[in-house]
Design a binder for this molecule. Structure first.
Ligand code: IPE
Ligand code: IPE
Ligand code: MG
Length: 254
C-alpha cells in the first residue's frame, strides 16, 4: 500500500541507525495491537493462532519499552465492540489474560512492572477478572513501568459512564456544574492517574482509532505501520519512537 501515512517520514531507512535521543522518550505509549487474525489467515491458521502468537509479543515490547525509559504502556487488548466476534474467538480472548499472566507474571515482577487494567470489568467472565486482579494486586508495590491493559475498553462507553456518574453527582449536590473542568473530566475517566499518551501506535495498516482513548489522544502523535501485531519487533518500536522524536508538538501554539 502506498500511503502518505507510511511512506514519507515514517519509513526512513536512516532511522534505525541513528541513536534515540534519551531525553525525548515518550512517557506514555499506547498501542492498538491489531492484525492477529490476518497474520493467522496468511499462514492458513485459525484466527486464535494469531491471538496466541500476538500474546507472545507483549512481553518483548514491555521489556524493550522499559529499557528505553518508557514509563507507561497502554495496550488495547479487547474492545467493547469485540463482543461481536464469534463466541469461540471471544472465549479464547477471555482466556488470554490468564494465560499471559500465569506465564509472564514472574518476569513482570522481576522487572518491577506494575499491572493495571482499564475497562468495564462488569461484563468480563469472573475467571478473567480474577486473573487480572491477582496480577494487579501482586504488582501493586512495583515502581517500574506501568502496564495498562485496556480490556473491554471503549472510549464512548467510558465517556457515557463518566457522564452518568457526573450527572448523579450533580443531582446529589456533591459537585456543581461550575466545578467541571478538563482536569476533573480526565480524573473521572478510566485512565485516571496516567498522563495522556504521547505516542499512539497502531499495527496492521488500519488508519483509525476504533473507539480507543478519544479524549486522551487529543494531542498524541500517531504512528501507523503495516506490520501485523504478531510480527511486531523491537526495531518497529524503535522506529516509532524515532519518528516521534522528529515530530514537533505544538499543542495549538506556534
Ligand atoms: C487484534 O487483532 C486483536 C483483537 C482485536 C482482540 P484482530 O483479531 O483484530 O486481527 P485482524 O484485524 O482481524 O487481522
Ligand atoms: C481494535 O481492533 C481493538 C483491539 C485491537 C483490541 P479491531 O480489529 O477490533 O478494530 P476494527 O474492527 O478493525 O476497527
Ligand atoms: Mg483487527
Amino acid at each position: 500500500m502506498i500511503d502518505r501515512f507510511f511512506h514519507t517520514e515514517d519509513v526512513n531507512s536512516e532511522n534505525n541507525n541513528t541513536p534515540l535521543d534519551p531525553h525525548n522518550i515518550p512517557t506514555h505509549i499506547a498501542i492498538i495491537m491489531d492484525g492477529n487474525g490476518r497474520w493467522a489467515k496468511n499462514k492458513g491458521l485459525p484466527r486464535i493462532a494469531g491471538h496466541r502468537e500476538g500474546m507472545k509479543v507483549i512481553n518483548k515490547v514491555v521489556e524493550k519499552a522499559d529499557e528505553l525509559g518508557v514509563k507507561y504502556l497502554t495496550l488495547y487488548a479487547f474492545s467493547t465492540e469485540n463482543w461481536k466476534r464469534p463466541k469461540t474467538e471471544v472465549d479464547f480472548l477471555m482466556k488470554l489474560p490468564e494465560r499471559f499472566l500465569s506465564k509472564e507474571l514472574p518476569k513482570l515482577q522481576k522487572n518491577n512492572v506494575k499491572v493495571r487494567i482499564m475497562g468495564d470489568e462488569s461484563l468480563l467472565p469472573s475467571h478473567t477478572v480474577q486473573a487480572v486482579r491477582k496480577a494487579v494486586e501482586e504488582t501493586s508495590d512495583n515502581t517500574g513501568l506501568l502496564l495498562n491493559f485496556a480490556l473491554n475498553y471503549g472510549s464512548r462507553h467510558e465517556l457515557v459512564q463518566m457522564m452518568k456518574k457526573t450527572g448523579e453527582d450533580i443531582a446529589s449536590g456533591s459537585i456543581n456544574p461550575e466545578d467541571i473542568d478538563e482536569e476533573m473530566v480526565s480524573k473521572r475517566l478510566l485512565s485516571n492517574g496516567l498522563p495522556d499518551p504521547d505516542l499512539l501506535i497502531r499495527t496492521s495498516g488500519e488508519i483509525r482509532l476504533s473507539n480507543f482513548m478519544l479524549w486522551q489522544l487529543a494531542y498524541s502523535e500517531f504512528w501507523f505501520t503495516e506490520v501485523l501485531w504478531p510480527d511486531f519487533k523491537d526495531k518497529d518500536l524503535i522506529e516509532a519512537i524515532h519518528t516521534f522524536q522528529q515530530r514537533k508538538r505544538r499543542y495549538g501554539g506556534v
